[in-house]
Design a protein around this ligand. Structure first.
Ligand code: PGA
Length: 252
């Protein structure tokens, strides 16, 4: 049985004061009771990871942890501005988002680079959250499944059965930050297609890997999405900035 996992992605938002308030509110809400067997994390901007780690440690909830939004594809060296997976591990991260569509589009990240990043994360004992998804043009021209299959194929080629220790986040680009959420059925169909493709490689990997949905998830659509058999949770952008909304989604 795969656990339901909800991960917040603050993107480039936050401040020392806001982060502290957010974590206090969320921890307090979670202490009052969360559905059993679920896992939660928040991916903070890199400069705030140490602060958020200290705050999350203080509330000592086994099911709440910290994540980062990106990582270097290299272990160490002359890579100005980058942070390695071992650094993120030292700062208390359990999850690292790789290949978010904003990084694919604004920083020209390729599937190959994303797989290298995922390997760095795995080598440090953390869980990569590998983002995939088609653009509006790709969907409108009937190529959504083909595009997603191509992205998955690249990860399978590099990561092989280590994919069982990864999370995949299906995030259709047209749904990210737009308020245009994919219908629960559309998302389920793509998640199913991803799982069937993984099963072509290895049935065990396919049944173990958690596939999260991301793209305009809100408290009022999370219940329907999370009820789908192949949707194992969510990667939440905008709605994760409001601690009450994040809590409501975690409870969905
Ligand atoms: P959104 O972002 O929830 O604001 O659409 C999701 C994401 O980018 O991970």
């Amino acid at each position: 049985m795969r656990p339901l996992i909800v991960i917040g992605n603050w993107k480039m938002n936050g401040s020392l004061a806001n982060n502290e308030d957010w974590i206090k509110v969320v921890c307090k809400g979670m202490e009052q009771g969360m559905p059993a067997g679920r896992k939660f994390a928040v991916c903070a901007p890199a400069p705030y990871l140490a602060q958020c780690n200290a705050l999350i440690q203080k509330c000592s909830l086994a099911f709440m942890s910290l994540g980062a939004q990106d990582v270097s594809a290299h272990a160490s060296g002359a890579f100005t501005g980058e942070a390695s997976a071992s650094m993120l591990r030292e700062l208390g991260c359990n999850y690292v988002i790789v290949g978010h569509s904003e990084r694919r589009h604004m920083h020209h990240e390729t599937d190959g680079l994303i797989a290298e990043k995922a390997l760095q994360v795995l080598d440090q004992g953390m869980t990569p959250v590998i983002c995939i998804g088609e653009s509006a043009d790709e969907r409108n021209s009937g190529r959504a499944v083909e595009v997603v299959r191509g992205q998955i194929a690249k990860q399978v080629a590099v990561l092989q059965d280590r994919l069982a220790d990864c999370l995949i986040a299906y995030e259709p680009v047209w749904a990210i930050g737009t308020g245009k959420v994919a219908s629960a059925q559309l998302a389920q169909d793509m998640h199913r297609a991803i799982r069937l493709q993984l099963a072509e490689f290895d049935e065990d990997v396919a049944s173990h890997v958690g596939i999260l949905y991301g793209g305009s998830v809100k408290p009022d659509n999370a219940v329907e999405l999370f009820a789908m058999p192949d949707i194992d949770g969510g990667l939440i952008g905008g709605a994760s900035l409001n601690p009450q909304d994040f809590l409501a989604i975690c409870q969905s």
